[in-house]
Design a protein around this ligand. Structure first.
Ligand code: AHR
Length: 520
């Protein structure tokens, strides 16, 4: 490891992006593998609550600081009957889930998830099925979930033990309807008409809803950009958010350095979708901005799932389909290393730097399936490496986000050309005078010295400036992971930071994520 040129980070009033929306620290719980069954819900577990939820997972979800959780899918939602997960458990139907080729027992449904959300203090963002269903089912679900007593479906919820309306505000109208893998996938025109009708009717049924139209499943979809323009222009009046989904993994990138620079792909995604949203507003002579809901993001080793799916399909071909509908199998249980955590840390920085447009985001997913929290059936739960950058931001980024001026040494990538080795965001709560600096050094080889000045933050008082906590996530072996056997192998350590004349100086090792909590 060598040290090279100094990077500087400076912030002023002009660098203010926007207030930080709490929903930017959202997550995602899909009926997928062991996310729900064996993840949040395991009634036979020694730490299960009276209603069957794992208390250790509840505790870790709270520690992670997640605010808003997208539910119940994902691809799963596109064949889902929401009614199946309501009423007495022993009467709920068992069904096949076409998205993940699993058996869905329906032991957990919206009523149960609502109870879980109360225990974790999280908001629910609910997705409706636009694959096999549509307008009627969406309206009925809305009545069941949010209706006041006195109509059939609201009364059914009450007789199922939830007297109060759940007051779920944010609804996703379908999931990834641009994806050929999606049950009931649509062309841009088909989806534009469908979402326009559903959103219009849902807003007639209830004011105050915030509705999310499906955007592109990735920036690499053939209809990326044109999909957003078509959908948002047609459905503009009743749409508040457009979704963005992006996953990254090392084998999916040209080089390790390209993988470490994945946030540049996310930035391109945000810029393109924000522009489409503005065009839709202009085309409609509109009065509201359509915000971005980055409601699936993170690291996913998707090639592993692709191989598994291909294998299952080959078995179908041999007539072995009876074997291919397991209950809560180990699916998408990616074990994350230090590099993955640094990439997720840089993605979080990008989301915060764009929080004037990205007003909601869900790191996918929460437990076991591509998740920061892992569990063993009947055993312990632990934190993956990616837990730490998320929890630090979710628990300490408050007030306004600032996109500082960063003067950084460069690294070369094949995909994005020459990019900064160091990236950072600063958050500052003027009322409490607490701030947070989040940084990454994505250089795969070199350490970089950094000097950071905070003078330009509004009402910053250099003489009262002090560092409360500073940490770095880095290991000499960037592929080190946390496992059942070694759950604490990777965790943030103290970052040596010196305060000189109201500035902070520190050294960021290669492939590292760091955070500095400060006050002034
Ligand atoms: O999060 C896993 C899957 O990724 C979701 O079900 C789907 O929406 C996306 O393709």
């Amino acid at each position: 490891m060598t040290t090279n040129a100094l990077a500087t980070i400076a912030v002023g009033k002009k660098n203010k992006v926007a207030d930080i929306p709490p929903r930017i620290f959202g997550s995602f719980v899909e009926h997928l593998g062991r996310c729900v069954y064996g993840g949040i819900y395991e009634p036979s577990h020694p730490l299960a609550t009276d209603d069957g939820f794992r208390q250790d997972v509840i505790d870790l979800a709270k520690e992670l600081g997640v605010t808003c959780i997208r539910y119940p899918g994902g691809n799963f939602v596109s064949t889902y009957n929401w009614e199946d997960g309501t009423g007495p458990r022993d009467k709920r139907p068992v069904r096949r889930d076409l998205a993940w080729h699993c058996t869905e027992t329906n032991e957990v449904g919206i009523d149960d998830f609502y109870r879980w959300s109360k225990k974790t203090g999280t908001e629910i963002m609910l997705a409706v099925n636009l694959g096999t269903r549509g307008l009627k089912a969406a309206l009925e679900e809305l009545e069941y979930v949010n209706g006041a007593a006195g109509t059939e479906l609201a009364d059914r919820r009450i007789s199922n033990g939830i007297p109060e309306p759940m007051d779920i505000k944010m609804w996703c109208i379908g999931n990834e309807m641009d994806g050929p893998w999606q049950v009931g996938h649509m062309t841009p025109d088909e989806y534009a008409s469908a979402v326009e009708r559903v959103a219009h009717a849902m807003k007639l049924a209830e004011s105050g809803l915030e509705l999310v139209a499906c955007g592109s499943s990735s920036a690499h979809m053939p209809t990326f950009g044109s999909w957003e323009r078509t959908v948002l222009t047609k459905a503009y009046d009743n749409i508040d958010f457009v979704s963005c989904h992006a996953y990254y993994y090392e084998r999916g990138a040209k080089t390790l350095q390209d993988y470490l620079a994945s946030s540049h792909d996310m930035q391109l995604f945000i810029d393109t979708v924000a522009q489409s949203a503005d065009e839709a507003k202009a085309a409609n002579g509109g009065d509201h901005d359509i915000a971005l809901s980055f409601d699936e993001w993170g690291v996913w080793y998707s090639d592993v799932w692709n191989k598994q799916e291909a294998q299952w399909k080959a078995q179908f071909g041999k007539g072995l389909h009876h074997d291919a509908w397991p209950k809560a199998p180990h699916l998408l249980e990616d074990i994350y290393n230090v590099t993955d955590a640094v990439v997720e840390g840089s993605l979080m920085i990008t989301l915060l730097k764009n929080c004037n447009r990205v007003r909601s985001a869900s790191r996918a997913q929460l437990v076991n399936a591509i998740a920061p929290i892992m569990t063993q059936d009947n055993g312990p739960a632990w934190r993956q490496t990616v837990f730490y950058p998320f929890s630090e931001a979710a628990n300490h980024a408050r007030g306004d986000a600032f996109c500082p001026d960063v003067d950084s040494p460069k690294v070369n990538t094949k995909t994005f050309g020459e990019v900064n080795a160091v990236d950072a965001v600063i958050t500052w709560d003027e009322k409490t005078r607490n701030g947070l600096l989040l940084m990454v050094n994505i250089d795969s080889n070199e350490e970089h010295d950094i000097s950071i000045s905070f003078d330009g933050l509004p009402h910053f008082n250099p003489s009262a400036f002090a560092v409360d906590k500073s940490m770095v996530l880095h290991e000499d072996d960037p592929r080190l992971c946390n496992t059942l056997e070694q759950p604490m192998a990777v965790r943030p350590k103290n970052l040596a930071a010196t305060v000189v004349d109201g500035r902070i100086c520190c050294a960021l090792p290669p492939i590292s994520w760091s955070a500095v909590e400060f006050h002034s």
